[in-house]
Design a binder for this molecule. Sequence first.
Ligand SMILES: [Zn+2]
Length: 340
Amino acid sequence: MPLVPMRILLDHAAENNYGLAAFNVNNMEQIQAIMAAAEKTESPVIVQASRGAREYTNDAYLRHLMLAAAELYPQIPIAMHQDHGNSPETCLSAIKQNFTSVMMDGSLLEDGKTPAPYKHNVRVTKKVVKAAHAKGVTVEGELGTLGGIEDGHGAGLSAEEARKHLTDPAQAEQFVADTGVDALAVAIGTSHGAYKFTHRPTGDVLVMTVIEEIHRRLPNTHLVMHGSSSVPQELLEIIRQYGGQMKETYGVPVEEIQRGIQHGVRKINVDTDNRLAMTGAVRKVFFESPGEFDPRKWLGPSRSAMQKVCEERMIAFGQAGNAGKITPITCRQMRVFYKK
Ligand SMILES: [Zn+2]
């Protein structure tokens, strides 16, 4: 099956009230882990690459790895998404590389650090929507300022500061009218990276009233949660047990994400949990078998550890079992949808 526009996956998720994990990738083993998990749980797939990932892998390797995934798993619809495009140029170059979805993050300036004025955000996002929709490619925008930093991208706010920069529902409604994005990343209390919360979250982590209000105003725009790793304590423990140093930290509990899904969240970005799982598995091999020098002996277990996390999220978010229920279409066919 050729790669599909992300929009058709999000539409199916909205019609059937579930969410889709979007997993970040940087190498072959991570793509293999996601696809093996998708096959086992019969899940549609969103794979995403940041600018840093595209630089690390080289676009040509990434493009061919994704083509291999599509060839090996013809029964699974797969969307390939650019995570946090910092400029229209980044998004357009992704589309040239076969990405079927792009995020134009105009909430920050092109440096990926400085919060941008609303006008800038509208201008760059609108430009990307026009070019992407002409090719049937999906667009995710962002409004509000998320906490933390991801792959060098982010305003670097603490969780407490981020709580003061939540997405304004009225402005979200205006933004979608101004730009025509398919999906919107919203700031609802989450932060990028492993160090989200320094104390175990006791009350509500997500500001559910904001999610509800945005969803009420924009029932046809798919909401996206960034920084949504759960940072399982047992994964931190494995890293510590085998010589790693992880400070005390907590993520977004899966139950909170499930509540978000009930109110229009359709795409949930997960990266940190997979990084933790892979790192723990590699450390374990090196600790237990210091004489080991065959890369397959540590890359293999790290791949299995990531697969386990992917399967758990696919089941928890409700995407499991849906791969075969989606009628796949190509980006080319999708162009008609946007001409209406
Ligand atoms: Zn993000």
